[in-house]
Design a protein around this ligand. Sequence first.
Ligand code: ATP
Length: 443
Amino acid sequence: RKKERSIKNMLKDRLPEDLFHILQEAGELGRSLGTQVYAVGGFVRDILMNTPNTDLDLVVEGDGIVFARKLATVIGGRVRAHHKFQTAVLILENGLHIDVATARLEYYEYPAALPTVELSSIKMDLYRRDFTINALAVKLNPGQLGQLVDFFGSQKDLKSGVIRVLHSLSFVEDPTRILRAIRFAQRYQFRIGGQTDRLIRNAMQLDMISKLSGSRIFHELSSIFEEEHVLDCLRSLRDYKVLESIHPLLTLTPVQEELLEELEVVLDWYKLLYLKEEPRRAIVYLLALLNGVAENKILPICERLNLTNRQANELLTLRHHTNKTIYSFKKWRNRRGPLSDLYFLLEELPLEGLLFFMAKFNKEDTRKYLSQYLTQLRGIELDISGTDLQHLGLEPGPRYGEILRKILASVIDGEAACRDDQLFLAKKLVTDPDFMGIEKNMQ
Ligand code: ATP
């Protein structure tokens, strides 16, 4: 074989220093144990794509579990071993996960038609991966650190932007790769290779998706929902007839496309608010995808995706709640109610529902009000508490909550900005249950 290309400088330049150091330590350990160690998969792909990824996957031509334990004594962290698969995860103090796998020939069981015997163990390990772009390894042992191991034309495919499987049984062996192919193609804006495209269509004709468990499908869908180009992934899933083969009622009509387009705008807008809370994207996207589906058809789809009862109920409840909120919001807007009423009608709706609401009810001023709610009102707190009411001599009971809510409404409507005003209002409310508010009494 021709001389291997070294990407040592790329590793040095593109990785955080401590991660590069970990690669060096892993290589040193490999040498002292007399085994080859490689970094593999998405980690290598993303170095070459210059979109570094800190999920480190190592493959050891030796005992992966022993290797992980010894590596932990050098760089710290704790090890979780899976003896059945001869793999281990090393979890570092900073939260970084390093997966360590064992490359061993006899471990793999392949259809008889595939040539297996003459493959080395790392080649075998790479051969069972999904696409050429994910089947690169880089040597870590000292003196070889950075040498690429490219058996299947991965570099060429990365350069020309092609998603290509390693052998013709790939999608039959694991149909989740159909969803993965679409996801990677959209993420990197690559095309799916001609032969690979035919193999997907072939696997679809063999109805391979129906053989997948709901959890595996949902897992892949959830990964898609985390991507930047979700709608394009969904369009591609529809065009390959993957959606309908997951469930006949899972569709992507022009109306749904419009809603999802709006949702992407809303999610991008939300990201730019830089708020702490991140939406659970799978929930928001499922709400949108299931928007046109009849109520009684939702549960069967959830069952196909093997969602728990709890997850399915949350979805249904959120859907109801959002629709109810949209209805109340319209009424509030028409009668130009006070801001505190908006607060009270939105306060129970989880973030996922709020974002879905904005996508669904995309009138211009909705975004303005929701933005005000999310950035100013949602986290609002009073400067007084129940203790203050107690000091004012209020008997224990439900009036505590009622009074505090009345004061909160005044704060939101700009009538009781400071603690003194709030205390004044509290005094009035404790002594006079019919007291309506500062403004009205001061006139
Ligand atoms: P991401 O950036 O989405 O995390 P990744 O490539 O790291 O991408 P993982 O799902 O973490 O994705 O997979 C890690 C590696 O394991 C992949 O690079 C690929 O080589 C291999 N792999 C994952 N899933 C499959 C599969 N279904 N079939 C074959 N190989 C797979």
